[in-house]
Design a protein around this ligand. Sequence first.
Ligand SMILES: Cc1cc2nc3c(=O)[nH]c(=O)nc-3n(C[C@H](O)[C@H](O)[C@H](O)COP(=O)(O)OP(=O)(O)OC[C@H]3O[C@@H](n4cnc5c(N)ncnc54)[C@H](O)[C@@H]3O)c2cc1C
Ligand code: SF4
Ligand code: SF4
Length: 575
Amino acid sequence: MKTDSDHSSEFVIPISYGSTEVIETGKWGFQKPQTSFMTAPCQEACPAGNPIPQFLYLSGEGRYDEALRALLKENPFPGVCGRVCFHPCETDCNRAQYDESVSVRSMERYVSDAASNQPPNLKPMRNRDSKKVAIVGAGPAGLSCAYFLSLLGHQPTIFESQKEPGGVLRWGIPGYRLPKSVLKKEIQRIFHLPIEIRTGIKVGEDLSFDELTRFDAVFLSPGARLNAPLSIEGEDLKRVWKGGDFLERINSKDKVTLVRETLVIGGGNTAMDVARSALRLGSKATVAYRRTRNEMPALQEEIVEAEEEGVGFEFLIQPVKVSLLKNKRLAVKFQRMKLRGLDRTGRPKAIPVKGKFLTLETDHLITAVGEQVDLSWIPQDLIKNGLVDVHPSPRIFAGGDAVDQPRTIVTAISAGKRAAISIDLYREGGSYSEVFSKIRLGNKGSVSMEAYLSGKDGGKWRGPLEVVSYEKLNTLFFEPKKRAKMRQLSLGRRLKNFLEVNVGFSSEEAQLSASRCFSCGTCNYCYNCYFFCPEGAISLDSDHQTRTVDLEHCKGCGTCAKSCPRNVVEMKESS
Ligand SMILES: Cc1cc2nc3c(=O)[nH]c(=O)nc-3n(C[C@H](O)[C@H](O)[C@H](O)COP(=O)(O)OP(=O)(O)OC[C@H]3O[C@@H](n4cnc5c(N)ncnc54)[C@H](O)[C@@H]3O)c2cc1C
Ligand code: SF4
Ligand code: SF4
């Protein structure tokens, strides 16, 4: 039975009359919290290595100029990528396993549009070993290479055969996907750096390849501008156009007149851009593709938008002959195809269905069955399998569509960055493979310029960070939030002109989208660790941007690590 005195003892609270700081319970613990930043899977998947959690955090704070500066450390084209990148970052986003992926691409666009128009303070670094580098081609690969070389203190000179820089971004992709004003702004920012460009110079015609070798290094990025032929009878007829030429004329503001019906052959981005442009010029457009919709290499959203706009599709047919009819229309004879087995690239193989044909009549035929590299001016020892291959040559580098790599803008940007680092290392006699293995972001090929710069001076690179998986996040601290949908011009308004179809986010949609990012592997100052620590062993610095763990008093209970939603705080054995 309890006595009164027993009962009262339950409420006795021991009070120390001195400081409890002498009770250094931290000495008991055998584990201590450590802050270890990790690589987010979105960043690993972005070939340009964009600092995604960082730029989204800064966007969430409304600090758009800083967010843009963060992006520009890794990628000179956030406004372009924010519109037309195929966004592998979103495919690998951890949030996709929780509800829906974060709208990384649309946020990249928002930041590039919302940041002030002043060019951020881009300054080349001082480089005592500054070298002259010739770059052939001012597409995304060549311009990115020049940008990073210039930031690294080298002196790039670009030779470009067209009258303006931009490559496919300027002469291929139509304005309704990528407005010319956006591209112009990004190119102007690049040329704020000391980069020389000589437009209207075609290497191989106006300048010999040998003349390039007087430079200390050369970067070849001529892209793939030759339209692949159909190699069938009748393809030279009037009213049969090549897709690249057709788009170039539209992008040059040449007068292009189409009448009633246009038939487009192909299933890639060029075919979609051609068909949607034809609609905007008042023609009915039908795409003929030899496989099915599932195998079309065009961006999925391009296919959907083409369907919404009224482009027709004919699948499993391949052209075999074009002839001119008496009424001046064209008759295109197609072989019917079926899918059987896989080809070399692992895609379902289209094979003819014996004796089955189809004929379609049209006013114009536009072919878009792939692009080839013009190798006529490239020395034989730098060519392999119809592409540029520079492995035998240490002073010559190459990247973009002309080499064996995925044909996308962001991989071209990545190639330009890698080449700039390689040229910088080459001049300093560094070892490529060792350095690239240390500055990589995860295991999918992207590298960080910031990591390169951080180790460059002392020649000591930190080494790659682990990629944080969904399982490592503490999702109890997150709540479901619907992804904002990109608003688009109405169908009626779209088809009358080349105005940009995607309207962009409002500031509210941008804030919501930024707040959806889990900041995987990166501290975003939520301070859960501070609030949950039962020992009060964590303190915040006055600017609340850093926190300190008092290891003398931390018992190593691990509450901070358990309460960190993004796996930044981990318990590690204390030494
Ligand atoms: C119509 C179309 C739409 C596309 N849409 C998308 C998309 O939505 N998203 C995406 O990620 N990718 C898209 N792509 C692919 C993407 O555009 C390319 O992968 C990218 O542009 C390749 O960049 P690059 O710098 O290697 O080559 P390019 O952009 O082709 O630039 C090469 C430059 O080199 C110049 N040049 C060539 N030869 C010489 C020479 N001898 N001397 C001097 N200059 C020379 C050319 O004039 C050109 O300016 C599209 C491609 C096309 C054709
Ligand atoms: S460049 Fe492409 S992959 Fe990289 S963050 Fe932007 S949209 Fe994603
Ligand atoms: S939640 Fe944010 S940090 Fe994590 S993978 Fe997605 S975009 Fe990247």
